[in-house]
Design a protein around this ligand. Structure first.
Ligand code: HEC
Length: 167
């Protein structure tokens, strides 16, 4: 209540009828709780805004992450011909044909879950490593199959990058 009362000091100073109105506002139960709820909500909203980084990752962020973590197997342009490719028991996928192999639509959900990995299954069950883990700390909303879905920031950037290299 202190903040709100403080803001009203100038009305109190005006005196007369205005002062009485403010007294009623401050003393009456329903109004008091209404104002304190409003102030609380405003503080919560301000807190949320302060905690959320409004800058969404884009294909440049994704390209940087891809260069650091994926090119060794998938190759600089994502065609599945990285330096390690020949030594692996499974061929790294050609990531430029994800859309074409999915009837022309980029398979966001499938690609994300594949990269993120299945926490229930062992890392050893497949050739490609799982990149989940620490990613869950920083989530951004991404529209996947028409639904805004909390998605690790690095994956959101990666998704934008992968979509941009589809042929
Ligand atoms: C150690 C090598 C290796 C690394 C590193 C790697 N991959 Fe893979 N990836 C593979 C292989 C091999 C496959 C083929 C399926 C399998 O056996 O895992 C694959 C499959 C995929 C698929 C599934 C494609 C499909 O056809 O559905 C996606 C998407 C993918 N990788 C993206 C990535 C991304 C993005 C990164 C970097 C964050 C990455 N991969 C890092 C080896 C790797």
């Amino acid at each position: 209540m202190g903040v709100f009362a403080g803001n009203l000091m100038w009305i109190m100073a005006a005196g007369g009828a205005a002062r009485e109105t403010v007294r009623e506002l401050l003393n009456e139960g329903p109004m008091r709780s209404f104002f304190s709820i409003t102030v609380s909500l405003a503080l919560v909203a301000a807190g949320l805004v302060a905690c959320t980084d409004p800058v969404m990752p884009d294909r440049t962020d994704g390209a940087a992450f891809f260069a650091d973590n994926c090119v060794a197997c998938h190759g600089a342009r994502g065609r599945g011909n990285g330096a390690f490719a020949d030594g692996l028991q499974a061929r790294p996928a050609d990531l430029t044909t994800l859309s074409r192999r999915n009837g022309g639509t980029f398979p966001s959900a499938r690609a994300l879950s594949y990269i993120y990995g299945d926490p229930e299954r062992s890392h050893l069950a497949r050739v490609m490593p799982e990149f989940g883990g620490a990613m869950v700390q920083d989530l951004v909303p991404v529209e996947i199959d028409g639904v805004l879905t909390p998605t690790p920031r690095v994956l959101a950037g990666l998704l934008a990058y992968l979509e941009s290299i589809q042929e």
